[in-house]
Design a protein around this ligand. Sequence first.
Ligand code: C5P
Length: 233
Amino acid sequence: MLAPRDRLILALDVPSVAAATALVEQLGDAVSFYKIGYQLAFAGGLAFAETLVRADKRVFLDLKLHDIGNTVAKGVESVAHLGATFLTVHAYPQTMKAAIAARGNAALRILAVTVLTSYDDADLATAGYGLGVSELVGRRAVQAREIGVDGLVCSAEEAVSLRTLVGRGMALVTPGIRPAGAAAGDQKRVMTPARAIAAGADYLVIGRPIVEAPDPKAVAEAIVDEIAAAAQA
Ligand code: C5P
């Protein structure tokens, strides 16, 4: 059983290590898990990931790797040495197999991104695919499970059907979460923390509703309370 506090992953979508440091200090014990994506990773965020790990925080490196197997494997080995808990790769069979083999017995868990949520059926057709989004998500989720991938990044709306498809053994990590009343921003399909937990999400990735709040710590604590209540329901 995961503690409610450990199920919130704060997206550190900020431009510099200085901004990230200030935010992490401000959040204190309210947040234990941080996601670092392209923006911060390419601005000193990988060294900052090690700083967070030394401070007993957990780190999700959202690097969405995809390359030939050998290159993916070497990258995964380097990420494992940083002490990260989660790393994303695109859900291509070669890429997933290489990542799972390379993480070996390290604590690092591999998450697969099935189909980017910015893609619709028409975008897939333009890119040369013969399947629609839901068919491709389903096919890749099953491939991920067969390869031994540790979890999937998915929308909370997909969580119910993916849970049926992949079972309890894989972590479902869901962005697109908005506390009731928060601005959706560019997220098109949003769910509250409580509904996402009820839908079967294990971890909630939340950025702007916390980062842009006047009191980020208070918002994070309220979300953890909401997760705790939903997990007991
Ligand atoms: O600010 P917000 O709560 O929308 O941040 C969500 C985070 O999750 C961002 O870092 C975004 O890149 C990431 N994400 C997403 N949708 C996906 C995958 C990742 O919003 N399908």
